[in-house]
Structures are given as structure tokens and as C-alpha cells.
Design a protein around this ligand. Structure first.
Ligand code: NAP
Length: 303
């Protein structure tokens, strides 16, 4: 090494050292400035991070079961919640029940498979400056049905109905709501998937195909709108006790099978999805996109 090379090399070392120190100073200055700059620090305190105050959520199929429980959970986290169902009497009861609990909720009747009734329902929700997409900040595509049959005997109607309610509905309702989210530059979409987005069993081919499709639709939405600050994620519940699973819970063989297969050793309850839903709907999940959170007591991880 010539003296000139040495000088150059040490100069580089000093330059590097100087730049690193400068960056450290900048980070320190930013950290010290945080509490005083536009509430940046306050918004990272967990209570504020997971609060849904000031947000409006729409949950489909919320007249009972998981949807109703998620409405309660989001409402308790501060959101104003619009419950949807196609059955007006049941929806009315659900809304009245949550109002008695002190939550800010309203009902909106439409069939998630019917474009016309979706458009009418969303238009009825428009308010103030939020006229597009009903002013919805959080959408949970939850409505779902089962129509079980051995695949070789499954009717086209049963195949189509299950795809319509579990998969196409998420496309139709989201398309109606997302325009407003994109216009406002923020939104959260949560699709209720299933263990059957990953694994199947006999007699549910239509449901597994729909829920597998919903998982990929979740990723497609995430990719499509992630750059415009709209995050789309999914929740995949394991076996939970609801009206949908009544047919399984009353069968002692199934009841025992699910307990034996699930590392937690029991069925889940709808309230056990609230944590994942509030998280995904909150600012705490602003950098979470295209993910499916499985809430199944460990079933999917077990052989
Ligand atoms: P649920 O008790 O049967 O509730 C589903 C709700 O959706 C019902 O109120 C139902 O009304 C409504 N709905 C059905 N078709 C509709 C339509 N076309 N338009 C509007 N609303 C409609 O079911 P759940 O157990 O709460 O399930 C909720 C979601 O979680 C579903 O997507 C399901 O696939 C998923 N999931 C559930 C489990 C579980 O163990 N329970 C596990 C994995 C995934 P009607 O009764 O009038 O049809």
C-alpha cells in the first residue's frame, strides 16, 4: 500500500464514521421529537393503536354467530358498527340486543349474493361527506353457508349457492365499499376464511373450493390496493360453536373427534376471534397485508 492509498483508505474510514454518527444523531433527534410531533408517539401506545373510535365498520351475515360476536367486539373497541343480514327479523333482534349493551350499531338488510340489493343497502348507509361505499372504514366479509353432500352426488345448485355466498359475495360487497376507502386513502378489509381454505374432508368440496378461493381473493385484494393504504387480511377460524356447526356439535362422534384433533382439546367460541379482528381492523395492522390469521386452537399445526 502506497502512502497515498493509506491516506485515501483512512479518509474513507473517517467519512464512514462521520456518516454513521450523523445518522445516529438524526435518529435520536427524531425519537426526542416524537411526543411533541403530531401525536406520533401517542398513536403507538397500545390503547390508541388498537382503538377503533371514529371508525365505521360493516359486517356481513351478522344476525347471529361469528358476525354478531365480531360486531360486539368491534363496537366495544369503539367502532360504530353496521350489521348486515338477509333476514330482517333476526337482524332487528341482533341490533336491539347490542344497543341494549350500549353499543353504537345499526342494521342494513341485503343479500350478499345480489348486486342490486347490495347497491341499495350501501346507498342507504351513505352519510355526510362519505357518500361513496356508505362511508365504511372497516369491512368484514363474514356471511357464509354450508350445503354438505358427497361430491359425486352434489347438485349444481348446492355447488353454486355455496360459491355465491362464501366467495362471490366478498367480491361483490367489497367492490361496492372499496371505492370510498380508496377515495379517502385508508381502509381495512377482513375476509372470514376457514381451516378449509387449507384442508378439506369428504362432503364439503363446494365449501373448501369457496374458502380456498377466498384466501386467494384476500391476497389479490391485498396486492391490488396495498399501495393505496387499504389492507386486506383474512381470519381462518377452526371449529367454533355456532348455528352453522350445530349439526356437528350434536353428533357425539364429531364432538369427540374435534376435541381429540385440536391441541387445545376443545371447540372454540366465537368470542375467541375478537382479538384477531380488532387487531386487523386497527392501526396496529397498518403494515400487515395479505395474511391469514388462523384461530383454531392449534388444529392446523397437528398431524
Ligand atoms: P352462521 O351462524 O350460520 O351465521 C352466518 C350468517 O350469515 C347467518 O345469519 C346467515 O343468515 C347469514 N347469511 C347467509 N347467507 C347470507 C346472504 N346471502 N346474505 C346475507 N347474510 C347471509 O355461521 P357462522 O358459524 O357464524 O359463520 C360465519 C362465517 O365464519 C362463515 O363465513 C363461515 O364459513 C365461517 N367459519 C365458521 C366456522 C365455525 O366453526 N362456525 C369455522 C370456519 C369458518 P341465514 O341463517 O338466514 O342464512
Amino acid at each position: 500500500m502506497t502512502p497515498r492509498d493509506f491516506q485515501w483508505a483512512t479518509g474513507e474510514v473517517w467519512r464512514d464514521h462521520f456518516l454513521k454518527s450523523l445518522a445516529r444523531c438524526r435518529r435520536l433527534r427524531q425519537a426526542l421529537a416524537m411526543p411533541f410531533s403530531e401525536g406520533a408517539f401517542e398513536s403507538t401506545v397500545p390503547a390508541a393503536l388498537f382503538s377503533l373510535r371514529g371508525r365505521r365498520a360493516l359486517i356481513t351475515g351478522a344476525g347471529q354467530g361469528i358476525g354478531l360476536m365480531l360486531a360486539r367486539g368491534l363496537g366495544m373497541a369503539g367502532a360504530e358498527v353496521v350489521l348486515n343480514d338477509k333476514e330482517p327479523a333476526r337482524l332487528g333482534e341482533a341490533v336491539a340486543r347490542l344497543r341494549r349493551e350500549g353499543l353504537a350499531v345499526e342494521g342494513c338488510v341485503f343479500d350478499v349474493t345480489d348486486e342490486k340489493t347490495i347497491a341499495i343497502g350501501l346507498a342507504s348507509l351513505a352519510r355526510g361527506e362519505f357518500e361513496v361505499g356508505g362511508g365504511i372504514d372497516i369491512l368484514i366479509n363474514n356471511a357464509g353457508i354450508h350445503q354438505r353432500a358427497p361430491l359425486e352426488l352434489m347438485s349444481t345448485a348446492a355447488w353454486q349457492a355455496v360459491l355465491d355466498v362464501n366467495l362471490t359475495s366478498a367480491f361483490l360487497v367489497t367492490r361496492g365499499v372499496v371505492a370510498g376507502m380508496l377515495q379517502r386513502g385508508s381502509g381495512k378489509i377482513i375476509n372470514i376464511c376457514s381451516l378449509n381454505s387449507e384442508i378439506s374432508r369428504p362432503t364439503i368440496a363446494n365449501y373448501a373450493a369457496a374458502k380456498g378461493g377466498l384466501k386467494m381473493l384476500t391476497r389479490a385484494m391485498a396486492v391490488e390496493w396495498g399501495g393505496r393504504n387499504v389492507q386486506t387480511n383474512g381470519i381462518a377460524p377452526g371449529y367454533l360453536r355456532t348455528e352453522m356447526t350445530d349439526v356437528l356439535t350434536v353428533d357425539p362422534v364429531w364432538e369427540r373427534l374435534i376435541c381429540a384433533r385440536t391441541p387445545a382439546g376443545r371447540w372454540g367460541e366465537p368470542r375467541e376471534l375478537i382479538g384477531a379482528a380488532v387487531f386487523l381492523a386497527s392501526r396496529g395492522a397498518d403494515f400487515v397485508n395479505g395474511q391469514i390469521i388462523t384461530v383454531d386452537g392449534g388444529l392446523l399445526a397437528a398431524l
